[in-house]
Every structure is written in C-alpha cells, then in structure tokens.
Design a protein around this ligand. Structure first.
Ligand SMILES: [Zn+2]
Ligand SMILES: [Zn+2]
Length: 513
C-alpha cells in the first residue's frame, strides 16, 4: 500500500484490455508469466548510474521532510495545542489514505456519499502519497500480483525496497495490469488528479499551518509539527503496510503469500495491520474482524455508516472466514504432530492368532485392548492403579475393563498405551468357536454372509463352512484397523487407508519377537 509523492499521467490506453482475458491462456503459462515475459524490463540497478536511477521528485520529498522535521524539533518550541493538533491531523490524513485511498477507492469495500468522498480526497491529499488514481492502480497490482515482479512493492524484493526503495529508485518494470475503469469514471478521483499539486500543498502544509496559526498563533509549530513532522509519520506509517505487514506476524488465513496479521503493525498503520486477513478478503471493509482488535479505520467507516454518509459496507461471509482460519489451525496442528513420536503403524505390526497370543503371554505381560496386543512389561510398576490391575488381564482382552469396565481411562492413557503396541490380534478377540468347540447361533453373523451357514432347521450345531473357519485367522478386527489414539487423531487423513494397508501390506503371520 501507499505510493509515491506525485500524480502520474493517467495512461488510458495501457489498461484498456481487461487483464488476463487475452487468448494466450492456453499456452501453458499463467497470466503473470506471460506478462513478465512480454514486458520491457530496465537493466539491474547500477550504482555507477545512480543519478539517472533515482526518481528525484519522490526522493526529494522523502528526504527533505525528515530533515525539516528534525530542524523543527531542535529549533521550534513545542506548544501542547500544536502537538494535539498534529496528532489529530496525523489520524485525519492517515484515515484519508486507509479509509479513502485504500478501502474505498482501491477495494470498493463500501460506498461513500459524494460529501464523504470529497472529504476523504482532501484528507488523503494531506498525506501526500500520490493521486488516488495512481495510488489505487499500484495497490490493485499489489493485491493481484502479490510477491511477484508485477507487484510494484513486492515484499519478495526485501524490507527496505518494499518500504521506500520502490519510490526512490526507478522501477525495473511496470506494475502488473489491472482494471481501473471505475476510477477513471469517478469525478472526485479525476478532480484530484487534475489539481493534484495545489491539493497536496494546501492540505499537506498550508491547512495544518493555518489551523495552528489562526487558532493559537503558532505558525511555525503548525508548519513544522502539524505539517512536516506529521507528514513524515503518516508516510512511514502507511509505508509500513507494504513492509512490516508483509514480514511481521501470523498467517492466520493463508500462508501462500507474505501478508501477516500483527497488532504492532496495526498500531503503526491506523488499523491496517491485519494484513493477512486483508489480502485474503480484500473487499471486506474491515481489517480486524474481532471487536478487540485495533482498527480505527473500520470504526471510522462504521461511524460514517451510522450517520448516513457511507453505505453498502461489504463483509465476507463469517463461515468462509472461519474456514480459512480453521485450515491454518489444522495445518499448524499437523506440523506440530510431525514432531511427535507416534505408535508403530498397524501395517508394520505382526498379526497373531488368539492361541499364539495366549502362548506368548505366558512369558511376557501381554494384554489385548481394542484388538491390539500390548507389551506392558515396562509399565507394570508405573500403572497409577497398581500392577495388579494389569496382572489380572495378562493373556486376556482388557478392552472393556480399560474403557470403563474397571476404569475409564484418559486420553493420555490411550496415547501411552498405543506406544506399547507389539502386535495385532487376528480376529480381534478370543474366538468363541475355539473356546467352546461349537458356534452359538448368533456367532456366524460376526463373519457376515449367513448363506454360508448350515440350515438352522438341522439338528447339527451351527458351524461355519471350512473356508470361514480359516478366514478369521487372516482378518484383523475392524476395531484395531480403525482405532486411533486421541493424540494421533490429527492424522485422520493419513490413516484414511488404514484398513487397506492392513489387508494389503500387513506383515506376515508370526511371533512377536
Ligand atoms: Zn499487502
Ligand atoms: Zn489492500
């Protein structure tokens, strides 16, 4: 955001084509790449040609004003009324840029009555940052081509360049093309463009001096403090939106590009510091969406709406804003989770039959929970409930006891238990048919297709066909295949194909050790 110090000639022909709709879209290159290739580019900056590389008008304004401000600070006594007026005028002219140049004309995030448009135009002129048309044209390029060479103050070129460098040195190429037809039809914008120099002289220097001079006789203070020093603050305050707001803070809604949300930048820039939000939802009249975030520009626009001078305030749907925030929170959680040590993936665990599990449990303290076999040997003495509760379930299925039958364990217990996994139990539980040497009538339903069963009218016990007797030994109980400890729940997407992995890549049947 923000711009150079003077109005430029409006080029009505350069942007007559609505950008991006040319017929080169199918040659495999993006519009940005096509434009970068077709544009003329100045050779890299050379110190040996420094005098011809400088944009002298911007350079002069940006260097003379701080020198004059320092002179005033050392030599002119500071009247408290002038100080108050300087601070007030800082906000007035700052709002001319943020509420006027930026949110009204660059982004059309609300509509202003003609009176408010003229007021904002005068306020913005007092900030001496170029004409509305020039400023908004560059800013639209900044949004459309963020972090590319078509962005006139792309943050990828470095903090100093994004802050002031782009105004002091001649740009290497033109800003990426954008549509500014609405601005060219706006009489307020065009009026200011025509009378730009008198407007900046009056509102930038003469008016603040007049107020202090006629108001309380402090002509010098009015000029040096409310005029010049205030101008330096407004300049660097708005320049921070191009520099600091693309470096400092959080990517709350998207991290593909450099804009960031930060309260410090908000404080420096009359509320434009929630820049990640702004780049994500540029037509929203707000920068800060929370009531407690600092955004005087939003408060100003809202106040204008309340007194009938602004209308059609645009806001992005809350649901979509929340989605954007959630995606970044999930991403952060996922990145955090990558640092954690997780339990052994199911596909790498051996699959044991119930009989083998019982046999192994004679030499190791093995317990089944949720279809997984756990080796409790390192945990027996650390169990908060005492080792006897674990000892009672060695060689047994403790799923019910673990889930509340004896004690309903915490998330932490689930996570810790998962780290003790050493195998998967085939069938997931003790197979009743083996234990009792017959299959109760309801049991076949566990295995699915009842057509495989012998007729219930027969006096024979209900016994699965031979292939079904063998089949369960190759199956993993679905509990084990889908159970995810709470601490690994972030990775649901990664576990999506877990069932398949178990079936396709499951390790060979065999002993645990
Ligand atoms: Zn930006
Ligand atoms: Zn913007």
């Amino acid at each position: 955001m923000s711009g150079a110090i003077r109005a430029r000639k409006v080029d009505y022909t350069a942007e007559k084509d609505i950008v991006g709709l040319d017929d080169g879209a199918d040659n495999g290159l993006s519009f940005v790449d096509r434009t970068l290739r077709s544009q003329k580019v100045l050779p890299p900056f050379q110190w040996s040609h420094v005098l011809s590389e400088i944009q002298w008008i911007s350079f002069t304004v940006l260097t003379i004003t701080p020198i004059l401000a320092l002179y005033g600070l050392w030599n002119v006594p500071l009247d408290m009324r002038t100080l108050a007026w300087s601070i007030a005028y800082y906000f007035i002219t700052g709002l001319g840029i943020t509420a006027g140049y930026h949110r009204l004309w660059s982004h059309r995030s609300y509509n202003a009555s003609r009176f408010l448009e003229y007021a904002l135009m005068c306020m913005g002129s007092g900030a001496v940052e170029g004409s509305i048309h020039w400023w908004s044209r560059g800013h639209r390029s900044h949004h459309r081509y963020t972090d590319t060479d078509l962005d006139p103050y792309g943050a990828h070129t470095g903090l100093l360049w994004a802050h002031v460098g782009w105004m002091i040195v001649k740009p290497r190429r033109k800003p990426g093309p954008v549509d500014t037809s609405d601005l060219r039809k706006n009489p307020v914008v065009m009026f200011q463009h025509r009378f730009y120099i008198p407007m900046i002289l009056f509102w930038g220097l003469i008016f603040p001096t007049l107020v202090a001079g006629l108001g309380w006789g402090d002509w010098k203070g009015g000029f040096f403090f409310a005029g010049v020093a205030r101008l330096v603050f407004v300049h660097h305050s708005t320049f921070c939106i191009n520099s600091l707001a693309h470096y400092l803070g959080d990517a709350t809604f998207d991290n593909k590009h450099s804009p960031r949300d930060n309260i410090i930048t908000a404080l420096c820039t009359v509320g434009e510091g929630y820049h990640n939000f702004h780049h994500e939802f540029p037509m929203d009249f707000r920068n800060a969406v929370k009531w407690y975030q600092y955004d005087p520009t939003k408060w100003f626009i809202w106040s204008m709406y309340k007194i009938g001078l602004a209308y059609n305030l645009k806001t992005f749907p809350e649901n979509e804003i929340n989605k954007g925030r959630l995606v970044m929170q999930l991403r952060a959680a996922h990145d955090e989770a990558k640092k954690l040590k997780l339990s052994t993936p199911v596909s790498e665990l051996p699959i044991l039959s119930w009989d083998d599990f019982v046999l192994e449990a004679k030499t190791k303290p093995l317990v089944v929970v949720h279809g997984f076999i756990h080796d409790m040997s390192t945990f027996m003495d650390q169990h908060p409930g005492g080792r006897n509760y674990i000892a009672a379930y060695i060689g047994k299925d403790a799923s019910v006891a673990f889930q509340g039958g004896v004690y309903e364990h915490s998330n932490a217990a689930h996570n810790l238990l998962s780290m003790m996994r050493v195998g998967v139990l085939s069938g997931g539980m003790e197979i009743a048919s083996r234990k009792q040497n017959h299959v109760p009538s309801a049991t076949p339903l566990l295995w699915g297709d009842s057509s495989n069963m012998t007729s219930s009218e027969s006096d024979e016990p209900l016994t699965p066909k031979q292939d079904w007797i063998e089949e369960p030994t190759k199956r993993v109980r679905s509990d084990a295949a889908t159970y995810i400890p709470p601490g690994e729940a972030y990775g649901v997407i990664e576990h999506r194909s877990l069932n398949e992995n178990v079936k396709m890549k499951g390790t060979a049947f065999g002993k645990i050790m």
